[in-house]
Write a protein of this length. Structure first.
Length: 128
């Protein structure tokens, strides 16, 4: 459903996901191209109506959080990116990410190795 959102609503939602929640003012400040406070509140209300955002009362006003788990949203967005730009190949996407020149920490490298080992084990169990 996220891919069908208007551009600015999607940007507000993605910003909220990146923050893992926040007030309308915090979302507004984190936007790359800020909107008015009332516009951010309107978009958050629309996203709440669509079931993508939940609102909790807080000492400083309402705190908004992504309703779906951030990991679920990220997985869907990543799958759409892989399908769109890498012809469905996760390996091509991973190779492109690693080729961007950022250094991996030892922990990140170990996590990638574990993920590859787990994927191989799943493939072996499936008889591939």
């Amino acid at each position: 459903m996220i891919e069908t959102l208007p551009r600015r609503e999607r940007e507000v939602f993605e910003t909220l996901c990146r923050l893992d929640g926040g007030t309308a003012a915090q979302v507004r400040e984190a936007l790359s191209d800020p909107l008015s406070d009332s516009a951010v509140r309107t978009m958050l209300r629309r996203l709440e109506t669509k079931g993508l955002v939940r609102r909790d009362g807080g000492g400083d006003g309402f705190v908004y959080r992504p309703a779906p788990r951030t990991e679920t949203v990220a997985a869907g967005a990543l799958q759409r990116m892989i399908d769109t730009f890498f012809a469905g190949s996760a390996a091509s996407a991973a190779t492109a990410l690693l080729g961007m020149g950022q250094r991996l920490s030892p922990e990140e490298a170990a996590a990638l190795e574990r993920a590859i080992d787990q994927a191989r084990a799943r493939d072996e169990e499936a008889g591939q």
